[in-house]
Design a protein around this ligand. Structure first.
Ligand code: SF4
Length: 458
């Protein structure tokens, strides 16, 4: 009932955003920073911003998220945040002893024009940064972009600050994943390990935001990529970036700064994209695909063949993050589903729009950017009702209003668990995703079936 006021008629808007289909840049930057071992994210702005960033991540992962703030008040807002930042650096190293402080800016510090380069150089000149420690930063103004942009900016800052070309290549392949769950990062590592690849992957939030409960508090959990590995990525013989929107800048920088040959692939979601990822690992490393991977692929294909009749021709509407959406659309098309709407609040660019349109088909409505919001998504769904929605927790209001099943994907997911532990990438992730889709359609069939059509065996 909550959204019954949403009119069916779509009116073109150029400025107004209603219920954005995204969160703010620092959230993504913080998430990326958590993927470096012993790194403390730091929000350069007001306490309120940091409280929001941390709470978004804490609610999504159901884990305490550690992050500090420059605690701007009126004074910092008028005179600049340098003294707050310098005092923060003192306190953080004295109290929390991270190896790295990863600073993200906020709307406020960007608007007043704080120069983080200059502030960090001042901290170095004043000996505020202990030997062997680093303060890095990414510019993350949230009046543009989204959490995916923030993630991309922090990933680029990692390459900028650490990746080093010593002139002597090592044997590793560097993997740069876009904004995906820790479970997906584990799955990407699992594939590389099964293939016998010597890899470096960053960021890597597995074992950080989904760490096991052991009864003790760990300020810095065991997971996260060690700084030495990120430095060594500058000597990698090859790099694969997974998910164009979240990794493009970082991949380009690794190529231009360190002369590491870099290629960008789609996230390995679904059979086609996982095939492409594995084939690229195979050809660049001269390895063969092991039996274990072939079995995983075969199991996914088997279930898809067994139950294709439950998914074939179903109408699907998707909202979320651009790189994940690309994988999901491909997954749906591979499984014979009809994609009718795809929207993302992230300004993913004309190339993304074009590629999604090509993939989804001429009848699909595709929109990205600030006006691709949940109000618009609801209007689209009112005009053509799908059989299933993929989207984040905020879609639950639309799903309930229209009685459409919702599979929660992307960020944020505040009302379900599992995304941290069960992937959607790789063949195993594909199987997990397919089972979720089948459960939804079979549950609906059971719910809606007449007595004589209520089947024991499906
Ligand atoms: S949108 Fe801007 S003001 Fe709001 S929490 Fe994010 S950084 Fe802070």
């Amino acid at each position: 009932m909550l959204l019954r006021h949403t009119p069916k008629e779509v009116v073109e808007r150029s400025a107004l955003t209603i219920n954005p289909a995204k969160t703010c840049q620092p959230v993504g930057a913080m998430y990326a920073a958590l993927g470096i071992h012993k790194c403390l994210p730091h929000s350069h702005g007001s306490q309120g911003c940091c409280a929001y960033h941390r709470s978004a991540l804490t609610r999504h992962y159901a884990e305490p998220i550690m992050a500090s703030t420059s605690s701007f008040t009126e004074g910092a807002s008028v005179f600049g945040g340098q003294s707050n930042m310098l005092e923060s650096i003192n306190n953080i190293f004295a109290l929390y002893d991270p190896d790295i402080i990863a600073v993200n800016t906020t709307c406020l510090s960007e608007v007043i024009g704080d120069d983080l380069n200059q502030i960090i150089n001042r901290a170095i000149a004043d000996n505020k940064i202990p030997k062997g420690k680093t303060v890095m930063y990414a510019s993350t103004p949230s009046f543009k972009g989204s959490h995916v942009t923030g993630y991309a900016n922090m990933l680029t800052a990692m390459v900028q600050n650490f990746a080093t070309n010593t002139g002597k290549k090592n044997k590793s392949i560097t993997l740069l994943p876009s904004f995906v769950e820790p479970s997906d990062m584990s799955e990407i590592k699992h594939i590389a390990a099964e293939m016998g690849i010597d890899y470096i992957m960053y960021p890597d939030t597995s074992g950080v935001v989904n760490a096991p409960m052991d009864g003790k508090f760990h300020m810095y959990p065991k997971g996260g990529t060690p700084r030495e590995k990120i430095i060594a990525s500058g000597d990698s013989r090859y790099a694969l970036a997974l998910g164009r929107v979240g990794t493009f800048q970082a991949a380009q920088l690794l190529d231009s700064k360190c002369k590491v040959k870099t290629e960008i692939l789609d996230l390995p979601i679904g059979i086609s994209a996982t095939d492409a990822f594995i084939d690229k690992l195979r050809t660049t490393s001269g390895v063969t695909v092991p039996e274990s991977i072939t079995v995983e692929r075969g199991q996914l294909v088997d279930v898809l063949c067994d139950k294709a009749q439950y998914v074939y021709g179903k109408k699907i509407s998707l909202m979320g993050d651009p790189d994940i959406l690309f994988g999901l659309v491909q997954f749906c098309k591979d499984a014979g589903m009809e994609v009718i709407h795809v929207i993302t609040g992230t300004p993913a660019g004309a190339k993304w729009d074009r590629r999604i349109k090509e993939l989804a088909g001429p009848n699909a409505i595709v929109k990205s950017g600030a006006q691709a919001d949940l109000f618009y998504f609801h209007q689209l769904l009112q005009n053509t009702k799908p059989d299933l929605i993929f989207g984040n927790t905020y879609c639950k209001y639309i799903a309930r209003d229209m009685d459409i099943p919702l599979i929660r994907t992307g960020f944020p997911i505040y009302d379900r668990i599992g995304h941290s532990y069960f992937p959607i990438t790789g063949y195993r992730g594909g199987l997990h995703l397919l089972v979720k889709i089948l459960d939804v359609f079979m549950d609906r069939q059971d719910r809606d079936a007449s007595e004589e059509k209520f089947e024991l065996v499906m």
